[in-house]
Write a protein that binds this ligand. Structure first.
Ligand SMILES: C[S@@+](CC[C@H](N)C(=O)[O-])C[C@H]1O[C@@H](n2cnc3c(N)ncnc32)[C@H](O)[C@@H]1O
Length: 337
């Protein structure tokens, strides 16, 4: 693949400082998913305070900034310093209304406290990874690339890489990981192949071994999709981060504030759905209890009756949107610290 390398902006001290981004190769440009639907659900208004927990290439952030001016402000977080670079390149003109933060949305409460930014009018999570990470991060997210199997969103953290997990885990641990985080039905066969073919150095090698063991793609989905998903979730602690980030987000909203979450696989969507369900109930006691002992109070009211998915046109225009599912809710109680 050929690409013209253009560098448009950098964050001081970021991972890509002094390097160049392939910003004008269309396969690297991240097209925001469910953009209109997400911005409508956030009900962005001039003067409002918003948080983008996963700024990525800045597509959703740009639309929020356009609608919250004059007077509004956006805090935009990403775990990946390179994503912040590409977001800054896109959002440069909004600098006075934008605070970019390198960190995890699992620390959302602390980020908002540090910036004295709360309560807020709207928060968005667009989960998963961006096209830039998939195609140009060099961290082994793509099946096709001879890249080191890293898969950390934030490579400045000391956590284990995907290669460490595959090369050091027992076969039983790999079976469990593939089942739990990949919902992979062929987990035993794949785990055996992984152990037999260690050590793994590249993403392409991993994809080849899985394909050889369980056969070619079914229904247009690459056979290693669930293996890659499982490893990425394990490396980044994605499910625990999401549970924690959502709780902190609900606590940070103003009455009437909106929470919008776009997820890309059933494990993420289940957590979002469950959080919204629990936070919409006044009592969460087990049904067998005659009297409520939980003192739980509903804080959310869901906005749509059904999950929102991309239109056929969006899926054709942007195939990476095809598994997206969006849920949105509104805060219904007075905000308290
Ligand atoms: C699908 S992309 C977001 C794309 C963005 N909405 C846009 O329009 O360009 C998801 C982003 O979430 C980031 N991310 C993943 N886990 C994170 C976490 N725990 N905290 C903050 N950002 C995270 C990834 O680094 C990635 O840049």
């Amino acid at each position: 693949m050929t690409s013209t390398m253009v560098r448009t902006a950098t964050l001081p001290g970021s991972a890509l400082e002094g390097s160049r981004l392939p910003m004008d190769d269309v396969s690297f440009v991240h097209q925001p998913v469910l953009l209109k639907e997400a911005i409508d659900a956030l009900a962005v208004r001039p003067g409002g305070r918003y948080v983008d927990c996963t700024v990525g290439g800045g597509g959703h952030a740009e639309a929020i900034l356009q609608d919250c001016l004059p007077g509004g402000h956006l805090i935009a977080i990403d775990a990946d310093p390179a994503a912040l670079d590409s977001a800054l390149a896109r959002l440069d003109r909004f600098q006075d209304s934008l605070t970019l933060v390198h960190g995890s949305y699992a620390d959302l409460g602390e980020v908002l406290h540090r910036h004295q930014f709360g309560p807020v009018d709207g928060i968005i999570f667009d989960l998963g990874l961006s096209s830039l990470q998939l195609e140009a991060s060099g961290r082994g997210f793509s099946f096709r690339r001879e890249e080191p199997l890293d898969m950390r969103f934030d490579a400045t953290t000391p956590g284990p890489t995907a290669a460490t997990i595959i090369n050091r885990s027992s076969e039983q641990e790999l079976v469990r990981l593939l089942r739990t985080y990949g919902e992979e039905r062929r987990s035993r066969a794949i785990a055996k192949a992984l152990v037999e073919n260690r050590p793994f150095k590249s993403a392409a090698h991993l994809a080849q071994v899985v394909t050889r063991r369980i056969g070619p793609s079914r229904g247009g989905i690459h056979p290693a999709t669930r293996t890659f998903q499982a490893l990425r979730i394990a490396v980044n602690g994605e499910l625990n981060n999401l549970r924690s980030g959502l709780q902190q987000a609900v606590s940070a909203l103003k009455p009437g504030g909106r929470l919008v979450v776009i997820s890309y696989h059933s494990l993420e969507d289940r957590i979002v759905k469950e959080t919204f369900r629990t936070e919409s109930q006044d009592c969460i006691c087990p049904p067998e209890l005659v009297q409520c002992i939980c003192d739980h109070q509903a804080r959310l009211s869901t906005i749509h009756r059904k999950v929102i998915t991309p239109t056929v046109q969006e899926k054709v225009r942007n195939p990476r949107s095809r598994s997206a599912r969006m849920r949105a809710a509104q805060h219904i109680k007075a905000w308290s610290t």
